[in-house]
Write a protein that binds this ligand. Structure first.
Ligand SMILES: Cc1cc2nc3c(=O)[nH]c(=O)nc-3n(C[C@H](O)[C@H](O)[C@H](O)COP(=O)(O)O)c2cc1C
Length: 180
Protein backbone atom coordinates (compact mmCIF):
# COMPACT_ATOMS: atom_id res chain seq x y z
CA UNK A 1 0.00 0.00 0.00
CA UNK A 2 1.28 3.50 -0.60
CA UNK A 3 2.02 5.58 2.51
CA UNK A 4 -1.05 7.83 2.49
CA UNK A 5 -3.28 4.80 1.99
CA UNK A 6 -1.81 3.18 5.10
CA UNK A 7 -2.31 6.32 7.18
CA UNK A 8 -5.86 6.91 5.98
CA UNK A 9 -7.05 3.31 6.23
CA UNK A 10 -5.68 2.52 9.71
CA UNK A 11 -8.42 2.37 12.28
CA UNK A 12 -9.01 0.57 15.54
CA UNK A 13 -10.34 -2.91 14.85
CA UNK A 14 -12.26 -4.65 17.63
CA UNK A 15 -13.85 -7.50 15.65
CA UNK A 16 -11.69 -10.27 14.20
CA UNK A 17 -12.32 -13.41 12.20
CA UNK A 18 -10.99 -16.75 13.34
CA UNK A 19 -8.06 -16.87 10.90
CA UNK A 20 -4.44 -17.59 11.70
CA UNK A 21 -2.03 -14.72 11.19
CA UNK A 22 0.89 -15.83 9.02
CA UNK A 23 4.28 -15.92 10.79
CA UNK A 24 5.82 -13.91 7.90
CA UNK A 25 3.38 -11.08 8.59
CA UNK A 26 4.03 -11.20 12.34
CA UNK A 27 7.76 -11.11 11.64
CA UNK A 28 7.32 -8.19 9.24
CA UNK A 29 5.43 -6.02 11.74
CA UNK A 30 7.99 -6.82 14.46
CA UNK A 31 10.80 -5.94 12.06
CA UNK A 32 9.14 -2.55 11.42
CA UNK A 33 8.93 -1.96 15.18
CA UNK A 34 12.61 -2.87 15.49
CA UNK A 35 13.59 -0.08 13.08
CA UNK A 36 11.93 2.69 15.13
CA UNK A 37 13.92 5.62 16.51
CA UNK A 38 14.59 5.79 20.27
CA UNK A 39 16.34 7.80 22.99
CA UNK A 40 20.08 7.69 22.14
CA UNK A 41 19.18 4.57 20.15
CA UNK A 42 18.82 2.55 23.37
CA UNK A 43 15.89 0.51 21.95
CA UNK A 44 14.43 -0.08 25.38
CA UNK A 45 11.46 -2.07 24.07
CA UNK A 46 10.49 -5.72 24.33
CA UNK A 47 7.49 -7.29 22.61
CA UNK A 48 5.60 -10.38 23.72
CA UNK A 49 3.69 -12.16 20.95
CA UNK A 50 0.81 -14.02 22.53
CA UNK A 51 -0.88 -16.71 20.43
CA UNK A 52 -1.90 -19.10 23.19
CA UNK A 53 -5.72 -19.01 23.45
CA UNK A 54 -5.78 -19.52 27.20
CA UNK A 55 -3.32 -16.66 27.79
CA UNK A 56 -5.29 -14.42 25.41
CA UNK A 57 -8.42 -15.19 27.42
CA UNK A 58 -6.62 -14.41 30.68
CA UNK A 59 -5.37 -11.09 29.27
CA UNK A 60 -8.88 -10.15 28.13
CA UNK A 61 -10.05 -10.51 31.72
CA UNK A 62 -7.66 -7.80 32.94
CA UNK A 63 -9.97 -5.06 31.64
CA UNK A 64 -13.74 -4.74 31.78
CA UNK A 65 -13.90 -2.52 28.69
CA UNK A 66 -11.66 -4.79 26.61
CA UNK A 67 -13.25 -8.19 27.23
CA UNK A 68 -13.68 -8.46 23.46
CA UNK A 69 -9.96 -9.28 23.27
CA UNK A 70 -10.83 -12.87 24.16
CA UNK A 71 -11.76 -13.46 20.49
CA UNK A 72 -8.56 -12.21 18.85
CA UNK A 73 -5.96 -14.52 17.27
CA UNK A 74 -2.81 -12.69 18.47
CA UNK A 75 -2.01 -10.06 21.08
CA UNK A 76 1.23 -8.07 20.98
CA UNK A 77 2.27 -6.73 24.36
CA UNK A 78 4.62 -3.74 24.13
CA UNK A 79 6.95 -3.35 27.10
CA UNK A 80 9.80 -1.04 27.99
CA UNK A 81 12.74 -0.90 30.36
CA UNK A 82 12.76 2.60 31.96
CA UNK A 83 16.45 2.21 32.84
CA UNK A 84 17.30 1.82 29.15
CA UNK A 85 15.89 5.18 28.10
CA UNK A 86 16.07 8.84 29.11
CA UNK A 87 14.29 11.34 31.33
CA UNK A 88 14.16 15.04 30.41
CA UNK A 89 11.72 17.88 31.13
CA UNK A 90 9.67 15.53 33.29
CA UNK A 91 9.16 13.20 30.35
CA UNK A 92 9.91 9.51 30.71
CA UNK A 93 11.21 8.67 27.27
CA UNK A 94 10.78 4.92 27.54
CA UNK A 95 7.06 5.52 27.04
CA UNK A 96 7.79 7.58 23.93
CA UNK A 97 10.27 4.99 22.58
CA UNK A 98 7.90 2.07 23.01
CA UNK A 99 4.96 4.07 21.61
CA UNK A 100 6.84 5.01 18.46
CA UNK A 101 7.89 1.40 17.92
CA UNK A 102 4.36 0.14 18.50
CA UNK A 103 2.95 2.68 16.05
CA UNK A 104 5.48 1.44 13.47
CA UNK A 105 4.05 -2.03 14.12
CA UNK A 106 0.47 -0.78 13.82
CA UNK A 107 1.12 0.91 10.48
CA UNK A 108 3.04 -2.10 9.18
CA UNK A 109 0.07 -4.28 10.12
CA UNK A 110 -2.28 -1.97 8.20
CA UNK A 111 0.00 -2.27 5.19
CA UNK A 112 -0.28 -6.07 5.36
CA UNK A 113 -4.09 -6.02 5.64
CA UNK A 114 -4.10 -6.75 9.38
CA UNK A 115 -6.17 -5.01 12.02
CA UNK A 116 -4.86 -3.62 15.32
CA UNK A 117 -6.22 -1.58 18.22
CA UNK A 118 -4.07 0.34 20.63
CA UNK A 119 -5.09 -0.85 24.11
CA UNK A 120 -4.33 1.27 27.15
CA UNK A 121 -7.17 -0.08 29.27
CA UNK A 122 -5.54 -2.98 31.08
CA UNK A 123 -4.37 -3.80 34.57
CA UNK A 124 -0.59 -3.73 34.40
CA UNK A 125 -0.09 -5.77 37.57
CA UNK A 126 -2.32 -8.57 36.29
CA UNK A 127 -0.79 -8.50 32.80
CA UNK A 128 2.68 -8.78 34.32
CA UNK A 129 1.62 -11.71 36.47
CA UNK A 130 0.02 -13.57 33.56
CA UNK A 131 3.01 -13.07 31.27
CA UNK A 132 5.71 -13.42 33.95
CA UNK A 133 7.16 -10.02 33.07
CA UNK A 134 10.08 -8.98 35.32
CA UNK A 135 9.48 -6.39 38.05
CA UNK A 136 11.64 -3.67 36.41
CA UNK A 137 9.82 -3.81 33.05
CA UNK A 138 6.75 -1.66 32.33
CA UNK A 139 3.86 -2.57 30.06
CA UNK A 140 3.01 0.39 27.82
CA UNK A 141 0.25 -0.97 25.58
CA UNK A 142 -1.24 -4.02 23.97
CA UNK A 143 -2.66 -4.53 20.54
CA UNK A 144 -4.59 -7.36 18.97
CA UNK A 145 -3.34 -8.43 15.55
CA UNK A 146 -5.53 -10.23 13.05
CA UNK A 147 -7.94 -10.10 10.16
CA UNK A 148 -10.88 -7.76 10.61
CA UNK A 149 -14.41 -9.14 10.55
CA UNK A 150 -16.79 -7.60 8.02
CA UNK A 151 -19.64 -7.73 10.49
CA UNK A 152 -19.09 -5.67 13.60
CA UNK A 153 -20.29 -6.89 16.95
CA UNK A 154 -22.07 -4.61 19.43
CA UNK A 155 -18.94 -3.68 21.40
CA UNK A 156 -17.03 -2.60 18.28
CA UNK A 157 -19.94 -0.45 17.10
CA UNK A 158 -20.39 1.05 20.56
CA UNK A 159 -16.70 1.99 20.91
CA UNK A 160 -16.83 3.78 17.57
CA UNK A 161 -19.91 5.75 18.61
CA UNK A 162 -18.57 6.63 22.08
CA UNK A 163 -15.16 7.75 20.79
CA UNK A 164 -16.53 9.27 17.55
CA UNK A 165 -13.53 7.53 16.12
CA UNK A 166 -13.95 8.70 12.53
CA UNK A 167 -13.71 12.36 13.57
CA UNK A 168 -10.52 14.39 13.75
CA UNK A 169 -10.06 18.05 14.70
CA UNK A 170 -9.25 20.27 11.76
CA UNK A 171 -5.68 21.43 11.21
CA UNK A 172 -6.56 25.03 12.17
CA UNK A 173 -7.34 23.78 15.69
CA UNK A 174 -3.86 22.35 16.19
CA UNK A 175 -1.35 24.23 14.08
CA UNK A 176 0.48 27.36 15.22
CA UNK A 177 2.85 29.14 12.90
CA UNK A 178 5.95 30.64 14.47
CA UNK A 179 4.32 31.23 17.90
CA UNK A 180 1.54 29.65 20.00
C1 LIG B 1 -3.22 5.58 24.33
C2 LIG B 1 -4.44 4.90 23.73
C3 LIG B 1 -5.18 4.03 24.50
C4 LIG B 1 -6.30 3.37 23.95
N1 LIG B 1 -6.98 2.44 24.71
C5 LIG B 1 -8.01 1.76 24.15
C6 LIG B 1 -8.65 0.71 24.88
O1 LIG B 1 -8.29 0.39 26.01
N2 LIG B 1 -9.67 0.05 24.28
C7 LIG B 1 -10.10 0.35 23.01
O2 LIG B 1 -11.02 -0.32 22.53
N3 LIG B 1 -9.50 1.34 22.29
C8 LIG B 1 -8.47 2.04 22.82
N4 LIG B 1 -7.82 3.00 22.08
C9 LIG B 1 -8.26 3.29 20.71
C10 LIG B 1 -8.92 4.67 20.57
O3 LIG B 1 -10.21 4.61 21.12
C11 LIG B 1 -8.97 5.03 19.08
O4 LIG B 1 -7.66 5.13 18.58
C12 LIG B 1 -9.68 6.37 18.82
O5 LIG B 1 -11.04 6.29 19.19
C13 LIG B 1 -9.62 6.77 17.34
O6 LIG B 1 -10.17 5.73 16.54
P1 LIG B 1 -9.34 5.03 15.38
O7 LIG B 1 -8.13 4.38 16.04
O8 LIG B 1 -10.27 4.00 14.79
O9 LIG B 1 -8.92 6.07 14.42
C14 LIG B 1 -6.70 3.64 22.61
C15 LIG B 1 -5.91 4.53 21.83
C16 LIG B 1 -4.79 5.12 22.37
C17 LIG B 1 -3.95 6.01 21.49
Amino acid sequence: MEFEGVIRSRKSIRDYINRKVEDEKINFVLECARLAPSWTNKQCWQFIVVKDKKIIKDLSKTSIINRWLKNVPVIIVACGDPKKSGFRNDIDYFIVDVSIALEHLVLAATDKGLGTCWIGGFNEKKVKEILEIPENIRVIALTPLGYAAERKRFVGKLAKIVTQSNKRKSLVKMIHINRW
